[in-house]
Ligand binder design. Structure first.
Ligand SMILES: Cc1cc2nc3c(=O)[nH]c(=O)nc-3n(C[C@H](O)[C@H](O)[C@H](O)COP(=O)(O)O)c2cc1C
Length: 141
């Protein structure tokens, strides 16, 4: 199985989540490419069995512009995108960008929402979510 993890992170929380997902996928024998949105050269979605798209949420639940540009760059709605993100419950709409992207792609997986850094008590949320994604992929492989 081949996976892409594309993410945008300013202060490191979403990057940490992406790296945790990378560790877990690699330990399951999945081949993973990392893509830093806005930095790395464009990706070819057709190369991947599953694509993970990670983002933080900005001002009242907004999706960052760089992520919107990435969505436009992909140019269509692949049916194998799993959305994850980090946010802060002190803001109005916690992880609003995760909900918006999950709806936009009609993702078959619920979006994963992490409060700030994933390290420590929230790692089990990622484990549980990943299990769901991988199970589905294994079933259709
Ligand atoms: C100006 C500003 C606005 C924010 N607005 C929201 C928001 O509406 N909803 C939310 O869940 N988090 C919001 N956050 C929190 C960030 O999404 C959160 O800190 C996230 O983990 C940052 O990701 P990063 O470390 O990968 O850059 C906001 C943070 C800042 C600085």
């Amino acid at each position: 199985m081949r996976a892409l993890i594309a993410y945008l992170s300013y202060s490191g929380n979403t990057e940490e989540t992406a790296e945790y997902i990378l560790e877990k996928l690699s330990s399951h024998g999945v081949m993973v490419d990392m893509h830093r949105i806005g930095i790395d050269s464009p990706v070819n979605p057709s190369h991947y069995d599953v694509m993970f798209l990670g983002t933080f949420t900005w001002e009242d639940g907004r999706t960052p512009d760089e992520v919107k540009e990435f969505v436009l760059e992909i140019g269509y709605k692949p049916d194998n995108i799993a959305i994850f993100g980090t946010g802060d419950t002190q803001f109005g709409y916690f992880c609003g960008a995760v909900d918006k992207l999950t709806t936009f792609y009609r993702s078959r997986w619920q979006g994963l929402k992490i409060e700030q850094s994933p390290r420590g008590s929230q790692e089990h949320l990622i484990d549980h979510w990943l299990k769901g994604v991988l199970q589905h992929e294994a079933n259709i492989a």
